[in-house]
Write a protein that binds this ligand. Structure first.
Ligand code: Z5A
Length: 213
């Protein structure tokens, strides 16, 4: 059994099933005897969760794209150094609901922030720390929106229009195409049992793979 920690992130547009699949992934790793933590962005520590509240709350004051970008990375720094890295150092796997790919997709693709600017902050905050594997749950934007909207009140991001989420989906898929060894695209439009089976099989394969250097 491979015991060295791995950093696995779950990404996708809203409502594709990240929370559902994180639960499934946790059950799978439990059955495989792997020690892990489950966490999320923005958030994951008490202070980063406060920043999440600031970011998600609908508000009348327009939020400048630079404010949004810096708050995402402020929360990430807190989360990375106080939660993710200590867990990896203890040999645990980290299953994280979103990470910097979401910044490239939402603030980059969605809001139009140049990706070079995001890459600068990524290097500043993370150094060379990046996820070992990204599980990209991909589904047509309308499918995810319909699922998410069943939940009731919409947060500040969920209030955006469909073309915002289409640019986000396109950005995720571009990133996945550019680095297929790291990004695992799962068809999240399929029935839940099939998506869960794909994610579980993927994790079982990753457990058998040697840990990245
Ligand atoms: N954000 C950002 O802009 N920049 C960043 O750097 C980061 C984040 C890190 C918070 O994220 C917001 O922050 C997010 C991007 C931004 N905003 N948006 N949009 P979040 O992850 O907390 O919020 P979310 O993306 O909106 O996730 P979500 O709405 O909670 O959806 P989900 O976790 O992907 O889906 P779910 O809750 O698992 O499933 C939704 C429903 O669909 C639920 O009823 C399930 O039972 C059902 N479901 C799930 N899978 C299936 C299948 N296969 N078939 C049928 N029904 C299904």
């Amino acid at each position: 059994m491979q015991t060295k920690g791995r950093f696995i992130t779950f990404e996708g547009t809203e409502g594709v099933g990240k929370s559902t699949q994180l639960e499934n992934a946790a059950n799978t790793l439990d059955q495989l005897g792997v020690e892990f933590i489950v966490t999320r962005e923005p958030g994951g520590t008490p202070m980063a969760e406060k920043i999440r509240e600031l970011l998600l709350a609908p508000r009348e004051e327009p939020v400048h794209e630079t404010t949004e970008l810096l708050l995402m990375f402020a929360a990430r720094a807190q989360h990375l150094y106080n939660c993710i890295l200590p867990a990896l150092d203890r040999g645990k796997w980290v299953l994280c609901d979103r990470f910097t790919d979401a910044t490239f997709a939402y603030q980059g693709g969605g809001r139009g922030v140049p990706k070079e600017r995001i890459a600068l902050l990524e290097a500043l905050v993370q150094g060379d720390v990046k996820p070992d594997h990204v599980i990209l749950l991909d589904a047509p934007v309308e499918t995810g929106m319909a699922r998410a909207r069943q939940r009731g009140e919409l947060d500040r991001f969920e209030q955006e229009a469909q073309d915002f989420f289409q640019r986000i989906r396109d950005t995720y898929l571009e990133r996945a195409t550019a680095l297929p060894s790291k990004y695992h695209v799962v068809n999240a439009a399929l029935p839940l049992e099939q998506v869960s089976a794909s994610v579980s099989a993927l994790l079982a394969a990753l457990v058998k793979m040697p840990a990245p250097a």
